[in-house]
Design a protein around this ligand. Sequence first.
Ligand code: HEC
Length: 246
Amino acid sequence: MIPLPPRWMIFTGAIAALALVIPPVVIARVRATPDQNRAVHIFFDMDFQPKFKSQSNNPLFADGRAQRVAVAGTVAKGETKLDTHRFEGVVDGKWAETLPAGMSMSKELLARGQQRFNIYCSVCHGYAGYGDGTVNKRAMALMSSSDGPANGTSWVQAKSLHDPAVREHPLGMLYNIATNGIRNMAGYGTQIDNDDRWAIAAYVKTLQLSQNASMQDVPPEIRGNLKKAETAAAAPAADATKGGVK
Ligand code: HEC
């Protein structure tokens, strides 16, 4: 039979074995606990310098805030939309009546507006703006089907742009509607380029004038021509849906 070592040796050995477990347990615990600071600070660097954290008090300032307000006129990086005329359609708190600086009314601008309107707006509002676009027609038909609206969805009739109230909208407001939408209509600010939204607004004004013009709006020297055209296309509401300024 192998003789057992003396008791004191067994005890010392057991305690030493237990003590050996402590360092790995401490290391594992420190590794598993998230902490901004290093567990062992040998060099303090500037970790403990006095400072005011954001949203805290600082009695040094009259308003008691440690965090100072940005200086008036500060421009955030990437912030380029300070021109309210160009980006909101607003001048001095009122809807702009003119195009923003650098853009001028021209046949080219209206042609561009017409092209963009025909792509983005006519589907609902119709080429001539009477609120009778293809998508709108289809949705209205689905809404009034005998089985009721498909999947219980609803549809709001696209407004006629010749509605007396809409006809009064200043240019800047039309631009803003094209950008941000209005009530049930979504905005097109992310799909349509900014200058193009101005071109569309100008074109909507043109469309409105085209459907609500009197002989006084026609230059006298070409009034004669117009009379001829009128008699030629005698049918009322002739080809309004074809749209277009020529
Ligand atoms: C998906 C269909 C749809 C498209 C596309 C669309 N609209 Fe509309 N629009 C509507 C609806 C619906 C309304 C009426 C919203 C309401 O009354 O809640 C409306 C209303 C308007 C109004 C009248 C706002 C008023 O004061 O009542 C204007 C102006 C207008 N849209 C311009 C545009 C322009 C410009 C575009 C193209 C950039 C465009 N819309 C594209 C559906 C559309």
